[in-house]
Design a protein around this ligand. Structure first.
Ligand code: SF4
Length: 334
């Protein structure tokens, strides 16, 4: 194994592979309708990496120390034949943890086949327990009930415990913190609240709209007393808390108020094969060109990662210069 490290001595352990930039939701903090409307130019099919190319790129990352692979989008379940890709990636020696992030709109139908193909777990996005708030945030009128049913089906299929991610924005859904903690407490599933982030260039992010981690955990603790837990592994993004009554845990992903760049071992590849070394990147490197020209993908990865010095969240401030346009979350896969 060739364990390449970056300029801060961080290895690559996690690979996030986006398989499509399309989604059937229009979450206001990620893919606002005004920008991603009917005329939006999504990536043409022939620009997408084929499943074979994704498997080959993944193999090159595994050879460099990656053991956790997350399939993302857009909405990954929109990619036709996704089960085949899951089977190809789960067959790669060294992929210890194969997961997927989904909005669950198609999960109930696909969960058994995904589990049979070798998927280990799913993370589901859900931003509120009440339909008016959730539907205002997903902006396509998708109901909470269907997501909850899909979580149950996924758990039955062996893809649990399910992690449930909720992006919390002040003035929009901070009430969901206690609602969701109460709903998932004792269920075995783990809800993680995410501080609203300035990802991409279209969500009109303001620091004032961020509900800090400390405030969220205080809200929960007042109703359901909690205590801090240590991370499951180095580089884990969520701060973990357990309910003092032993009925499970809850997490907070605090990229804004408690940045974790120091232990960031995540690489991201877009659906067209662009390698990004940070969620807040403004530029990437094409691995597709390397593959399609017969060049060695591994060398391209080593070159890019070896020069990596990203720590955007640590240096983020109102005055942090952004050279170029930040890539969109729906394109880079979160
Ligand atoms: S801001 Fe970039 S470097 Fe920092 S944790 Fe996020 S992805 Fe990693």
């Amino acid at each position: 194994m060739n364990g390449v490290t970056d300029l801060f001595d961080r290895p690559i352990r996690d690979l996030r592979v986006s398989v499509t930039d399309r989604c059937n939701f229009r979450c206001t903090y990620c893919m606002p309708k005004e920008v991603f409307g009917p005329g939006h130019d999504f990536l043409p099919r022939d620009q997408l990496l084929t499943f074979e190319e994704i498997a080959s790129v993944t193999g090159a990352f595994v050879a460099r120390g990656v053991n956790k692979v997350r399939i993302t989008g857009g909405e990954p379940l929109l990619r036709k034949g996704i089960e085949e890709l899951v089977a190809m990636l789960s067959a790669i020696d060294g992929v210890d943890d194969l997961t997927m992030t989904t909005n669950a709109s198609l999960l109930a139908r696909k969960a058994p086949a995904l589990a049979a193909a070798g998927l280990d777990r799913v993370t589901v996005s859900l931003d509120a327990m009440d339909d008016p708030t959730f539907q205002a945030m997903n902006d396509v009128g998708f109901p909470v009930g269907t997501v909850l049913e899909a979580i149950d089906v996924a758990a039955e299929a062996g893809l649990g415990p399910v992690k449930v991610n909720a992006v919390i924005k002040r003035g929009v859904n901070e009430h969901a913190v206690v609602d969701m903690a109460s709903h998932f407490k004792g269920s075995g599933h783990i809800v993680r609240f995410i501080e609203y982030m300035d990802v991409g260039n279209t969500n009109g992010w303001r620091l004032d709209d961020v509900v800090p981690a400390d405030e969220m955990i205080k809200m929960i603790d007042q109703i359901h007393p909690v205590e801090a837990l240590s991370p499951n592994y180095p580089g884990e993004v969520a701060n973990r808390f357990r309910y003092r009554d032993g009925s499970g845990e809850v997490g907070i992903i605090a990229s804004v108020t408690k940045p974790f760049c120091g232990s960031c071992t995540r690489a991201r590849v877009s659906a067209e094969g662009m390698l990004f070394t940070c969620l807040f990147a403004t530029s990437g490197t094409s691995l597709r060109d390397a593959i399609r020209s017969g060049d060695e993908v591994g060398r391209a990865i080593d070159e890019v990662w070896g020069k990596r010095d990203d720590r955007y969240s640590e240096v983020r401030s109102a005055h942090t210069p952004r050279i170029g346009t930040p890539v969109e979350m729906s394109y880079i896969g979160g």
